[in-house]
Design a protein around this ligand. Structure first.
Ligand SMILES: Cn1cnc(CNC(=O)c2cc(-c3ccc(F)cc3)cc(O)c2O)c1
Ligand SMILES: [Mg+2]
Length: 214
């Protein structure tokens, strides 16, 4: 029977990465997706920008929207301080099954909680079900038409505090025009665009970093 792309990505991790070494997991996925088949990981070029924002924020609590195979989940978690926690939401159960194994291979199960379901349903449950106060950093990388409604929902649910950082992938390709317009025009956000390229290609894309001003 045919394997899926996420299954082949997991295979590349298990064949080429060292158990318990998150950076080797990131490298194995990038090498596979650059040389064998494209996949929608944030990738190494935008990944370096992600690394610099994570290091600057040094977050105790992180929310990732859109896990896919766990590439950015592992990349972020590998940079977190000892007791920091990352919650990642994934709608697609097939992706979740693969991501859990990638996260386990990296040895990061203790830092990462993967929750399956729709972000619009799960965000209102964050406080009661997951014991979260507010998020220091949110990485948006899920369905592009959910970036804006979910950001408004996080505000309404009191999950953002003065200084919370939103980092959004794909603001050019595939693009999130309504989200960009909102964070760039709202007086409650201070936004900055990091120009880059769509993962593993020369197509323009970028990350938008938006600080919630409270
Ligand atoms: C099905 N699904 C489950 N989660 C998601 C959310 N992610 C994306 O949609 C996504 C898409 C692309 C992309 C795809 C085709 C193309 F030609 C150019 C770009 C790149 C990304 O970095 C992404 O994050 C989609
Ligand atoms: Mg993306």
């Amino acid at each position: 029977t045919q394997s899926t792309r996420p299954q082949r990505i997991l295979g590349a991790v298990q064949q080429n990465a060292t158990r318990g070494d998150p950076r080797s997991v990131v490298r194995a996925i990038d090498q596979y997706c650059r040389n064998q088949e494209w996949a929608m990981n944030v990738g190494d070029e935008k990944g370096c920008i992600l690394d610099s924002v994570v290091s600057e924020v040094n977050p105790a609590t992180v929310l990732e929207l859109g896990t896919y195979c766990g590439y950015s989940t592992v990349r972020i978690a590998s940079l977190l301080p000892p007791h920091a926690k990352l919650i990642t939401l994934e709608f697609n159960p097939e992706f979740a099954v693969i991501a859990r194994q990638v996260i386990a291979w990296a040895g990061l199960e203790d830092k990462i909680q993967l929750v399956e379901g729709a972000s619009g349903d799960l965000i209102p449950k964050m406080k009661e079900q997951f014991g979260v106060e507010t998020f220091d950093l949110v990485f948006l990388d899920h369905w592009k038409d959910r970036y804006l409604p979910d950001t408004k929902l996080m505000e309404e649910c009191g999950l953002l505090r003065k200084g919370s950082v939103l980092l959004a992938d794909n603001v050019i390709c595939p693009g999130t025009p309504d989200y960009l317009e909102f964070v760039r025009s709202s007086p409650r956000y201070e936004s900055q665009y990091f120009k880059s390229h769509l993962e593993y290609t020369k197509v323009e894309d970028g990350l938008e970093k938006s600080v919630f001003l409270g």
